[in-house]
Design a protein around this ligand. Structure first.
Ligand code: AR6
Length: 183
């Protein structure tokens, strides 16, 4: 499984799945969530409302993931996950790891070959970029290793981290290379 770092707007990625850093309501917001809803069109909000009406009347729990079509996006599906909100006292890294793991498992069950993640919880939800990067790499490598141990191949063979700023790319690169993060 390849892991790539990309600087840019996740809504432009022509991958099978893009992951949305949503909130529990699934009804949109700012940041990457707002960008994805704008690019996907109003059909995405309608699909999210339908999920709330049927499977998720109380919303999507922190650390969980759910899929919708990508509608007007180049991506085939959007997987919505809810990162922990540090400003609300959600400081357990296991919750953030769960976002990456559950999104990957759902992507795998959809047969997706390529998955793009944003830096979940590193914006409005106030997590330190380095901690997000460490958690993200750890979750992806653990996911890949679990398949290798069982001798099975993953459907997912490309994971992209699509990061808005060059500073965030630097943090992810430093964490991947195991070196210090400056600044
Ligand atoms: N492509 C890639 N990354 C982006 C984009 C984009 N188009 N736009 C922003 N980012 P955030 P969170 C980066 O705040 O911290 C929303 O209102 C951004 O620079 O989007 O999980 C939701 O509805 C940052 O590095 O997500 C929730 O209420 C990263 O994406 C809440 O924010 C995540 O920032 C979720 O907060």
């Amino acid at each position: 499984m390849r892991i790539e770092l990309v600087q840019g707007d996740i809504t432009t990625r022509a991958v099978d799945v893009i992951v949305n850093a949503a909130n529990s309501s699934l009804l949109g917001g700012g940041g990457v969530d707002g960008a994805i809803h704008r690019a996907a069109g109003p059909e995405l909000l309608a699909a999210c409302r339908e999920l709330r009406r049927t499977d998720l009347p109380d919303g999507l729990p922190v650390g969980a993931a759910v899929a919708t079509p990508g509608f007007r996006l180049p991506a085939r599906w959007v997987i919505h996950t809810v990162g922990p909100n540090r400003h609300a006292g959600q400081t357990d890294p296991a919750l953030l790891a769960s976002c990456f793991r559950e999104s990957l498992e759902l992507a795998e069950s959809l047969g997706a070959q390529s998955v793009a993640f944003p830096a979940v919880s590193a914006g409005v939800y106030g997590w330190d970029a380095r901690e997000v990067a460490e958690t993200a790499f750890d979750a992806v490598t653990t996911f890949a290793a679990s398949f290798e141990e069982s001798g099975e191949d993953t459907a997912v063979d490309l994971v992209e981290f699509v990061l808005f700023s060059s500073e965030m790319v630097d943090v992810f690169r430093q964490v991947r290379e195991g070196g210090p993060v400056w600044g």
